[in-house]
Write a protein that binds this ligand. Structure first.
Ligand code: WQD
Length: 342
């Protein structure tokens, strides 16, 4: 009997890569997505990759009535993996209420419905941004969370606290919160990847869109940071390594191997690369010159962020092992294929 998993935001970037690995690990997957920042044809790509089509239900988690109706008729989920949320840092600064409404009301509705329909296991998509500006590096789960610099980041921090409080109040409910560092890359088939709507906020899609001619040049936000080459350092992790960690965390929950009913784990490689190192690697991997210009710092950026990934490696028997070259190459293959399709 296959375990049935509900994946909210499963048409999105990290969600779709996780759905592929869930199907390949013999889980039965239902995607719940409002398609506000993704496309339904991702489902066809998932079928092309895995040979199986996940069930798809269009639903906005802010619509509690609709969500409850769905869970009333689609019974027997063993766990939920919750990706559905807005995630643009800059947009959240401009429109904090939209972020708290979407990310937190959506979460609370999901938790209330899960409780009502006895779905006792949750994997939550969180972010290293909950650590705020780190006082020490590498960042471990022992680091205290601090107020993030954006409403997006704060919505993730508050979401974790809501889940933690629910776990403290309901012993039969178990959750693992996965704190991502910087997910980049795409599935090796080139059939799914990151498809930001509008102007990309993040470095990697901006690089590939510049290289393919969609953007005139990449602005490098500052080279006067206290780092080896003056540009900020981040812990880039391949989205397929990230997806693998979700499957491992889910098995930990389903096999009841947790040490407590609320755990948090960093998902990073433990290595940091600067912006200029990413650009240089892109040029080497693709043999393409990248047009970029050094400009002012971006508000809210910190000089350096990279993970102590030991806890997830130990508890999940998982390790991010794809290289920066592989991350960048897969992003480039995806960008070229995605543009051909559009
Ligand atoms: C990386 C580096 C920029 C764009 C954010 C969120 C995090 C997660 C990942 C959602 C920084 C520089 C970027 C550009 C640049 N988001 N950069 N020019 O800010 O580390 O993390 O995205 O889940 O929660 O906080 O990622 O890719 O935006 O930036 O120079 O056009 O690239 O200054 O140093 P970030 P990023």
């Amino acid at each position: 009997m296959k375990n049935k998993i509900l994946v909210t935001g499963g048409c999105g970037y990290i969600g779709s890569h996780t759905v592929v690995q869930l199907i390949e690990n013999n889980f039965e997957v239902t995607i719940l997505d409002n398609l506000s920042n993704s496309q339904e044809n991702v489902i066809d790509s998932i079928k092309e990759i895995t040979g199986r089509k996940p069930y798809f239900l269009k639903c906005d988690l802010k619509n509690l009535k609709h969500l409850e109706n769905i869970l009333k008729y689609h019974k027997g989920f063993d766990a939920i993996i919750h990706f559905a949320a807005h995630k643009a840092v800059g947009e959240s600064v401009q429109n904090p209420l939209m972020y708290y409404q979407n990310n937190l009301t959506g979460l609370i509705n999901l938790l209330a419905s899960a409780k009502k329909y006895k779905i006792d296991n949750l994997i939550f998509s969180s972010s290293a941004t909950v650590y705020g500006k780190p006082k020490s590096l590498p960042i471990s789960e022992k680091n205290k969370t601090q107020r993030p610099s954006s409403p997006y980041g704060n919505s993730k921090k508050v979401a974790e606290e809501i889940i933690e409080d629910l776990a403290a109040a309901s012993k039969d409910f178990s959750a693992i919160s996965l704190r991502y560092f910087n997910p980049i890359g795409a599935h090796k088939s080139g059939l799914i990847g990151e498809l930001p709507t509008g102007i990309p906020n993040n470095l990697m899609p901006y690089i590939t869109q510049t290289a393919i001619g969609l953007r005139e040049k990449l602005m490098v936000y500052g080279n006067d940071y206290p780092t080896k080459d003056g540009t900020p350092i981040r812990d880039y992790i391949h989205v397929e390594d990230l997806a693998d960690a979700h499957v491992k965390a889910l098995s930990r929950l389903l096999n009841k191997n947790q040490e407590s009913n609320f755990e948090v784990m960093n998902l990073g490689t433990g290595n940091g690369f600067s912006v200029l190192e990413v650009i240089k690697t892109f040029e080497e991997v693709t043999q393409q010159k990248l047009n970029y210009e050094i400009t002012q710092r971006r508000a809210g950026d910190v000089p350096e962020l990279y993970a102590d990934a030991k806890l997830a490696e130990e508890k999940l028997n998982w390790k991010a092992d794809r290289t920066l070259d592989e991350m960048i190459k897969s992003s480039w293959v995806w960008e070229q294929k995605a543009r051909k399709q559009s």
